[in-house]
Design a protein around this ligand. Structure first.
Ligand SMILES: Cc1cc2nc3c(=O)[nH]c(=O)nc-3n(C[C@H](O)[C@H](O)[C@H](O)COP(=O)(O)OP(=O)(O)OC[C@H]3O[C@@H](n4cnc5c(N)ncnc54)[C@H](O)[C@@H]3O)c2cc1C
Length: 460
């Protein structure tokens, strides 16, 4: 994957673009630029592509293990477009039914039926065993109220829910179950805007908006070798293990990027597709202070995600996944049999602030205890291995009014664009948001070069 490129000549007919960061935002920008004839080079500091959506190598089996399971939904139209463009869409498996389980081991399926949107979920909601009829009426009321709110109203969500007849049970057993996983933040910290978006785009607008897709290969392979041939065919150069250390700025322009190995790489355009904390690290204080779009990033807050990986000596789960209600774990993913014959489960806990300070051993024990109650077969099983992974700054928190701190992709420097799930995409921190940001940077480059093209895909 590493190909040396010390210098990209300026001023040739084909415009050159240096992309810093090989996460989804950088890769999507590269794909959109490559098909439009730009000469693209991606510099990624790690040895793998995919950024936060990536994997590590299991030292026991040598297999790639996703640091955390990633799922996408039918409403993520730009992510779907990016995967189709780069030829990996067939590696995402649709899950037409979601399974909701409570501690008493009862399970309710959730799927769309033939009724038109927004009534396609009415039957699933009515048969949800963990909600009373009164809860369901309250939820219906809340949904109608949501449809009537302004798309940019970002008042504190919890106050809005209480004002709209939601009680403790509907908040905990319905709104939280969906939103904590979708937005990676607790209900008391969220704003209304992105909560509304999750329900509108995912559940109310289109019958297929909610459909969950699970990658059938590890993320590092999906965004690595599976995409590699497409990028090679389209002339994109990718250097992994190459970190940028500073943007060299003169006047109102970036003149080059200083790399950790001492090189300075130059291009016509620069896309910083980095986590915002890393971008700030590449800028000098004077530049940060001179431009509010950079200094405002200091207002962001982040939220952690914890995943518990368990390898068992036998299968205990016969469904591909489960959404847990009233449990510590929120989703369980059944990852099947590993190369060493063990059965691999992954349990995900989003917005895991409450686990801070606990030892990995304690988290693991809590989860194994919980799973033993849910699946009696587990009490007879042996946990062969376990690993707890916490991504402390997994995503930015969609706090009320967050968009006032999110910059557009058009940085105030003439030839610099900003990409990343944290830029203003109209989406929360997701793979879809990251891909959108990449596409938006390419629209901005074209606009600054005098042509207008819409690359961002329409909603479902
Ligand atoms: C645990 C976890 C679970 C998640 N689950 C989901 C999910 O189920 N569904 C979903 O849609 N989203 C999920 N997300 C969010 C999703 O992963 C992110 O929104 C998305 O991957 C962000 O992509 P990005 O390109 O904006 O940023 P990143 O993925 O952070 O990419 C930035 C890249 O820049 C590189 N970099 C950093 N510094 C330098 C440097 N100096 N020089 C060169 N390169 C550098 C980094 O190594 C990284 O590869 C999850 C995130 C986490 C952490």
């Amino acid at each position: 994957m590493v190909k040396n490129l010390n210098f990209i000549p300026i001023g040739v007919a084909v415009k050159s673009v240096v992309i810093l960061g090989g996460g989804l935002a950088g890769l999507a920008a590269a794909a959109a630029l490559a098909v439009r004839g730009f000469r693209v080079c991606i510099f990624e500091s790690r040895n793998r592509l995919g950024g936060r959506a990536s994997s590590f190598t299991d030292p026991v089996t040598g297999q790639l293990i996703d640091a955390c399971q990633h799922v996408t939904m039918g409403c993520c139209t730009n992510f779907a477009h990016f995967c189709a463009t780069t030829g990996v869409a067939h590696l995402l498996a649709p899950q037409p039914t979601l399974w909701f389980m409570t501690p008493d081991r009862r399970v309710s399926p959730f799927s769309a039926d033939r009724l038109p949107a927004p009534f396609h979920f009415a039957r699933s909601l009515l048969r949800a065993h963990y909600l009373t009829l009164g809860d369901k009426i309250r939820i219906g009321w809340g949904m109608l109220a949501l449809l009537r709110t302004d798309a940019n109203d970002d008042q504190p969500l919890l106050l809005w829910l209480k004002r709209n007849r939601q009680n403790q049970r509907t908040i905990e057993r319905f709104w939280s179950v969906v939103l904590v996983s979708a937005l990676n933040e607790t209900i008391d910290r969220l704003g209304l805007k992105y909560a509304r978006k999750v329900f509108l785009d995912g559940f109310l607008r289109h019958r297929r908006g909610f459909e969950v897709f699970l990658p059938t290969v590890p993320l590092a392979r999906l965004y690595g070798e599976e995409m590699q041939s497409w990028f090679t065919e389209h002339g994109v150069t990718i250097e992994t293990g190459t970190a940028a250390t500073a943007l060299e700025i003169a006047g109102n322009e970036v003149r080059g990027v200083k790399m950790r190995d001492g090189r300075v790489v130059k291009a016509d355009w620069y896309i910083a597709a980095l986590p915002y904390q890393r971008l700030l690290g590449l800028l000098d204080e004077a530049t940060i202070n001179a431009h509010p779009c950079f200094s405002r990033l200091l207002n962001f807050e982040t939220s952690p995600i914890t995943s518990v990986h368990l390898w068992l000596d036998r299968a205990v789960l016969d469904r591909p996944h489960l959404v847990l209600v009233d449990c510590l774990g929120q989703w369980i993913f059944n990852r099947g049999q590993s190369a060493d014959g063990s059965y691999y489960l992954q349990v995900v806990i989003s917005a895991s602030h409450h686990l801070k300070g606990l030892e990995h051993q304690e988290i693991r024990e809590k989860i194994v205890r919980e799973l033993s109650q849910l699946f009696p077969a587990l009490t007879a099983a042996t946990v062969l291995r376990a690993k707890v992974v916490t991504e402390h700054a997994a995503t930015f928190s969609a706090l009320p009014g967050i968009d006032r701190w999110r910059p557009t992709q058009e940085a105030p420097l003439g030839n610099l664009l900003l990409a990343g799930d944290w830029t203003n995409t109209g989406w929360p921190a997701t793979m879809e948001g990251a891909v959108r940001s990449g596409y938006l940077t390419v629209e901005a480059i074209l606009r600054r070069s005098g042509s207008v093209e819409q690359i961002v895909q329409p909603n479902l």
